[in-house]
Design a protein around this ligand. Structure first.
Ligand SMILES: *Cc1c(COP(=O)(O)O)cnc(C)c1O
Length: 807
């Protein structure tokens, strides 16, 4: 403590034990204090740190720096200084001076914190790095960040931010960077600076003693001042060929960086300009520090865990495709193979794989690759590229090899795909999209994209509302609310839901034909269906005595047990047994041993609506007494269930043994109590077929109802009422989104096409058009049409191709 008093020019108000200080704190709320901590008290605007001293002493703090007169305390070190901030800064500066390893200082208007975090991710495998926590870059944040520096570190990364002239000198002496990064200059904090120039020159003061400075030459103001006044090594880089390092963004997310004759390539998954600029700062600083390109690449991969979109779509000859023709890295391959392995409904699996271009691999690599493919149940490999071809001997599965994509496209093998799942995974250079185009089912460009991750999220959300042993039946009627019942059901099976429900027997048959093995309840099975029900192991909902009798007789003929789900009508008045029917029902069941009651349930008429809560409770009471009556007559206990999606949220206490989840899985929270907790799952998208300019006074479409009141730019889009885009959406009653911009409909919706107003918008032939998704949402469309989201979803016609993806 003695040297602390000396270096800060303070004087002891009272003395305590002699200790080395470990930790400095300024926040009295953090209570991890000990005898080796130093608390620095500030006089703040709303808060005075000095008031907390007695409390902190009780917690065990023995060392204080204060700027106000406080009472001396026996056995406690209290040093009084003129200003606490200055004392803190001085202490950090002293610590920094003893540190000899490289220190990186970062300033500029934007990107400081991101660059610091990314650099940390890249450098921390090679160096033991101390970095500023969060965005600690102020007059107090900086010294607190620097203070812990010591021999256990061999690199420091700190950011500095200023809001007015005069502040940077202090931060410069605390951080004293050996290498600097000047990110860019923006317009924030304008009021305290006379000009942009002054702002740059103030910020540059951070680097007055630095050996090297990394900056982007394309920011002219920064480049000019650095050239004029910075004396160390100027490491300017540029996207325009002007720098010491010149950077080019190549196709397929590759950055080519050139310095004289040296050339480096990195694969980055960033698109926006600001992120690219930030990552280049990190890469060049790492190169300057002598980090190997491979280590830098690994660091970059850690920064942005590959967000890879995997799509499952229908291919030619009853095949399926999963297609990722943009990049090929090992982590991505693992993910794609897992996704392929999950698709249990197709037993034959082929992978079309290109060479990995990032680095050359040894034989061991290919041996491991062979193992991986076998382990993930791949049946056939088509390898494309010289490196895979060269290692063909290591592969144990049926495999063919081509040195390039063209020779594969010209081979006979390309015409031989059928009844299989084909994973296409290749680096951009190999242009495997040519292969996927050939193998994809041709069709109309309007697609319903279904986000399987969002469905999983929503399922987990509803699960989180249930007691651990409440079962889930997922209702996948009407193509799983339009999304695609087979694929969604396969996924639900993977996520281990307990039951599925469909409306009609054919829907259940289709699921069984696709290999779904979960128990399936059929809600509206008729007298014609027993044969199909038995053959495909489907379980009927039973709603009347006549129906039960006819089923029982059919099942008896086949000597089969009837697995029945009894529905009680408690107020919905759709299907089901009324309370007065129960005695007869029970008599019949107890005298027919071939009937097994799997479940007893009811359906709520208005579960999502608060105003009908009393009615709902009445339904529940009626159900419970009916169910009890049935159970009392049976020697076993059937599953009880009541709640649909709205009910799970609004009437959570009526979970019984199972719930029936429907629309909620698709991101629509009908009770509106938990709107923000679900994710959107379905995106209806189409394309612009043609753009035309119409003159004021012309009309657009059938019936001439769309009238151009001014000169207009009109886009014709490839969706109409036959696809499920309702006619009421015409004449400006709805908008679509093109490149993030809203475009209202004009004129009547046609059967297969619609016209939208793109006057003044950037919209071109072939552009993607979002019909629904996040914006506008299905609920929004339902509002426009005066209907409910269920109808919008289930209206998307069969002609619209479903594409399933996971990220
Ligand atoms: C459709 C249906 C459900 C699912 O309802 P959601 O409101 O979509 O959750 C549940 N039970 C029965 C009987 C149904 O017909």
């Amino acid at each position: 403590m003695q040297h602390i008093a000396e270096s800060t020019g303070g004087r002891f108000l009272s003395h305590g034990p002699i200790v080395e200080i470990d930790h400095i704190s300024i926040d009295s709320r953090v209570n991890e204090y000990g005898a080796y901590d130093l608390f620095i008290a500030f006089r703040g605007q709303n808060h005075n740190g000095h008031d907390f001293i007695p409390e902190l002493i009780k917690k065990g703090v023995k060392n204080f720096i204060v700027e106000e007169d406080v009472e001396a305390v026996e056995n406690i070190n209290i040093i009084k200084v003129t200003t606490s901030v200055k004392a803190l800064q001085t202490l950090a500066t002293v610590k920094r001076k003893r540190f000899i390893s490289p220190v990186i200082g970062i300033t500029g208007s934007n990107g400081k914190t991101i660059i610091k975090e990314w650099l940390y991710d890249i450098l921390s495998t090679r160096f033991s790095v101390l970095k500023s926590p969060k965005s600690y870059n102020s007059q107090i944040g900086v010294p607190l960040s620097v203070w812990p520096i010591g021999p256990e570190f061999n690199m420091g990364i700190f950011e500095a931010g200023i809001s007015q002239p005069g502040e940077m000198e202090k931060l410069a002496s605390i951080i004293s960077p050996t290498i600097g990064i000047f990110t860019n200059i923006g317009t924030a904090h304008e009021e305290f600076f006379d000009s942009q120039n002054q702002k740059v020159s103030e910020k540059l003061k951070l680097f007055k003693d630095s050996e090297a400075l990394v900056f982007c030459m394309d920011h002219e103001l920064i480049a000019r001042q650095i050239n004029e006044s910075f004396i160390g090594e100027k490491i300017g880089w540029s996207f325009n060929g002007k720098g010491v390092y010149n950077v080019e963004l190549k196709e397929g997310h590759h950055l080519a960086i050139r310095k004289g004759t040296e050339q480096y390539t990195f694969s980055v998954n960033l698109k926006d300009k600001a992120s690219l600029e930030n990552i280049v700062h990190c890469i060049i600083t790492s190169l300057v520090l002598g980090v190997k390109t491979q280590d830098i690449q690994e660091g970059i991969d850690r920064i942005q865990p590959i967000k890879m979109r995997l799509e499952l779509k229908k291919g030619i000859n009853r095949s399926y495709l999963i297609d990722d023709t943009y990049n090929n890295d090992v982590a991505g391959l693992h993910k794609a193979l897992d996704f392929m392995d999950q698709q249990k409904h197709v037993s034959n699996k082929t992978i079309i794989l290109s060479d990995f271009i990032q680095n050359k691999h040894s034989k061991t690599f290919y041996t491991e690759l062979n193992q991986l493919l076998l382990q993930k149940n791949v049946n056939r490999l088509i390898g494309i590229g010289p490196q895979l071809s060269q290692h063909k001997q290591v592969f144990d599965l049926p495999a063919t090899f081509y040195t390039n994509t063209e020779s594969f496209l010209q081979s006979d093998e390309i015409h031989q795909f059928q009844n299989e799942l084909v994973l296409i995974k290749g680096a951009r250079q190999f242009a495997l999209e040519k292969v996927s185009k050939l193998l994809a089912e041709k069709g109309h460009k309007t697609v319903l994209e279904v986000n399987l991750d969002a469905i999983t999220h929503n399922l987990n959300f509803y699960r989180s509302l249930l007691k651990p042993d409440t079962k889930i039946m997922v209702v996948v009627k009407a193509l799983a609310y339009g999304s695609g019942s087979e694929e969604v059901s396969k996924m639900l099976e993977f996520h281990k839901v307990d039951y599925l429900a469909v409306a009609y027997a054919d829907e259940g048959v289709a699921l069984r034909k696709n290999g779904v093995t979960l128990p399936i309840m059929v809600m509206n099975a008729s007298d014609d269906d027993p044969f199909n029900l038995m053959r495909f192991n489907l379980e009927p909902e039973i709603f009347s005595l006549e129906q039960l009798k006819s089923f029982t007789e059919a099942y008896a003929l086949a000597d089969r047990e009837l697995q029945a789900h009894l529905i009680l009508n408690t107020g919905m008045n759709r299907l089901g047994f009324n309370p007065e029917d129960l005695d007869q029902l029970i008599d019949y069941i107890t005298s027919n041993k071939s009937i097994k009651v799997k479940s007893v349930f009811t359906h709520l008429a208005a579960s999502e609506e608060l105003e009908h809560s009393d009615f709902t409770k009445d339904q529940v009471d009626k159900f419970r007494s009916g169910a009890q009556k049935i159970e009392d007559a049976l020697a076993y206990k059937p599953i009880r269930h009541i709640l649909n999606s709205g009910g799970i949220v609004r009437h959570n206490s009526f979970q019984e043994d199972m719930v029936r989840l429907g629309i909620g899985l698709h991101g629509i929270e009908v009770s509106h109590l938990k709107d923000g907790d679900l994710q959107n799952t379905a995106y209806l998208k189409t394309v612009i077929s043609q753009i035309r300019y119409v003159k004021s006074g012309e009309t657009i479409g059938y019936g001439r109802s769309g009238v151009a009141k001014k000169d207009m730019k009109i886009a014709t889009i490839a969706i109409g009422y036959a696809d499920g885009y309702l006619r009421v959406f015409g004449n400006g009653n709805a908008f679509v989104v093109i490149q993030g911009q809203k475009a209202k409909t004009v004129g009547n919706i046609c059967m297969d096409m619609s016209m939208v107003d793109v006057t003044g918008l950037n919209a071109n032939v072939g552009d993607e058009v979002v019909v629904f998704g996040e914006n506008p949402s299905v609920s929004q469309l339902a509002d426009w049409a005066g209907t409910i989201p269920y109808e919008i979803l289930t209206n998307v016609s069969n002609r619209v191709k479903r594409v399933f993806y996971t990220e």
